[in-house]
Design a protein around this ligand. Structure first.
Ligand code: OAD
Length: 281
């Protein structure tokens, strides 16, 4: 399925970026966002559940929606595609996985160098209400436990990191930081929020210096992540796309593998680099 000359070039790659979106985890049972019938955004307006404004207006509603998503993520196991991505580490000196997914499945499959551009659903952090903050008269107090802007200046001196770490994304009322009382939220990037600057710089640098980028299961509709394959192409890297549906990248890619990640990737990795456990010569 990959031309022999392209296979040769892939075997010479020293740094490969694997850039993934929701389609990577579809075969693990986690819905994508923009699938017309089953996608998460077909069922709810993202403005109602995935923005800081929505959380300020109705924290419980936003929390409950994330709890529901977390149930699917907890049930999910890495699929054969995640395993194939992890297997690239046996053959290529440097592999950087840059994912828009918040489900931890690349790490669970054994990928070691993972940049989670949109955060991680299972981590919590303090909700910082930016509007509230800039309307207030006093300078905010930073809570030593949650690093958020403390809502009460009477911090509980006895609350420790273990109390915060014990709080999970699960059904019930929205939890609060045990020290300062700030509301807690999942550590994911919502619409209207910036990506972590250091992480974004690392992702841009990896895309601009790699020899190959494999783009898997993303519609490439959300910036700045969507620019990564173009940054790689502009620097002369090989680009392979894995997606059952064509995207804006398809015509520019060196090869397009049409199909699901779990079905296409194991075959792709074996045909270019060799079978599991064996190093291709
Ligand atoms: P989308 O839902 O926009 O796109 C999923 C892509 O996966 C589509 O191109 C599908 O054709 C493809 N796909 C479906 N099944 C697949 C399979 N089995 N194997 C491979 N590909 C398959 O999801 P993303 O592009 O990840 O952001 O969306 C990007 C961002 O938009 C998400 O990270 C999220 C969302 O709003 C935030 O939450 C910040």
């Amino acid at each position: 399925m990959i031309a022999p000359e392209l296979q040769e070039r892939l075997r010479a790659v020293k740094h490969c970026v694997v850039f993934t979106g929701a389609g990577m985890s579809a075969e693990s049972g986690i819905p994508t966002f923009r699938d017309r019938a089953q996608g998460l955004w077909a069922k709810v307006d993202p403005a109602e559940v995935a923005t800081p404004y929505a959380f300020r207006k109705n924290p419980q509603f936003v929390w409950d929606w994330h709890v529901h998503l977390a149930d699917a993520v907890r049930r999910a196991r890495p699929n054969d595609g995640h395993a194939a991505v992890a297997r690239l580490q046996q053959f290529i000196p440097r592999v950087t996985v840059i994912t828009q997914n918040i489900d931890n499945l690349h790490q669970a499959a054994g990928s070691r160098n993972v940049i989670e551009l949109h955060g991680n659903l299972m981590r919590l952090k303090a909700f910082v209400d930016v509007d509230e903050l800039f309307n207030g008269d006093a300078s905010p107090l930073i809570c030593r436990l949650c690093n958020g802007y403390a809502v009460s200046d009477e911090l509980d001196r006895y609350a420790g990191p273990e109390d915060l770490a014990a709080i999970e994304l699960k059904a019930g009322s929205v939890p609060r930081c045990p020290a300062c009382g700030a509301l807690l939220r999942p550590d994911v990037v919502w619409f209207g929020e910036p990506l972590h600057p250091g992480m974004l710089e690392d992702a841009f640098l990896a895309a601009e210096t790699c020899d190959a980028l494999i783009c898997i299961g993303t519609s490439l509709e959300v910036e700045p992540a969507a620019s990564l394959p173009w940054r790689a192409i502009n620097r002369g890297a090989l680009v392979i796309e894995v997606n059952p549906v064509p995207t804006p990248l398809s015509l520019a890619a060196n090869a397009r593998l049409a199909g699901g990640a779990g079905e296409v990737l194991p075959h792709f990795v074996s045909s270019v680099w060799g079978s599991p456990g064996r190093r291709s010569l």
